[in-house]
Unconditional design. Structure first.
Length: 172
């Protein structure tokens, strides 16, 4: 029964866990290693699964903790998520597509400039669609702290984006 539960409840989380790890680690290879490590740890503790209330939040917390442990104070270079995250509309004009692609590229870069907590909250809420409660459980903080970090992250991104756009500082 544990094999079926692992296949049905844990393995489907891989993509979400990978995106979270990638946002923190900023390296595809390192993110894959983190997810693999989480999957192995979840399998190793399969006898204790009944004590885990929310397995998704538990896995997200493990990804975050392992990722932060691996990077320590070392900063990794930004890696774009374009190969993993497509937001294209088929019926748009070429100039609209270029502008959207440019805005998306800037958004990824600006998210990369945020603090680790703000990057994680943006990833989990705006990209993964997790609830405030799930994010709080994943990050081991209160729901209020999640809301504050999300508000500050969005505000900071908006201010940076408007400053860049307003002053014509975009690199074309």
């Amino acid at each position: 029964m544990k094999i079926e539960e692992f296949k049905n409840k844990i393995l489907p989380l891989r993509d979400k866990l990978f995106r979270l790890a990638l946002r923190i680690m900023r390296s595809t290879e390192d993110a894959e290693d983190v997810v693999q490590e989480v999957m192995l740890k979840m399998w190793d503790i399969r006898e204790d699964w009944e004590r885990i209330g929310n397995k998704e939040a538990y896995c997200c917390r493990m990804v975050r903790n392992i990722s932060l442990g691996k990077i320590g104070l070392k900063e990794y270079g930004n890696e774009t998520l374009d190969e993993h995250w497509e937001l294209r509309v088929e019926e748009e004009r070429p100039d609209e597509r270029i502008e959207k692609d440019d805005n998306l590229r800037w958004l990824h870069e600006l998210i990369g400039r945020l603090s680790e907590k703000q990057r994680t909250v943006i990833q989990l809420r705006d990209i993964e669609g997790m609830s405030y409660r799930e994010i709080a459980a994943c990050m081991a903080v209160s729901e209020e702290q999640v809301k504050v970090n999300l508000f500050r992250a969005r505000k900071e991104i908006r201010e940076m984006f408007l400053k860049i756009d307003g002053y014509g500082l975009r690199k074309n």
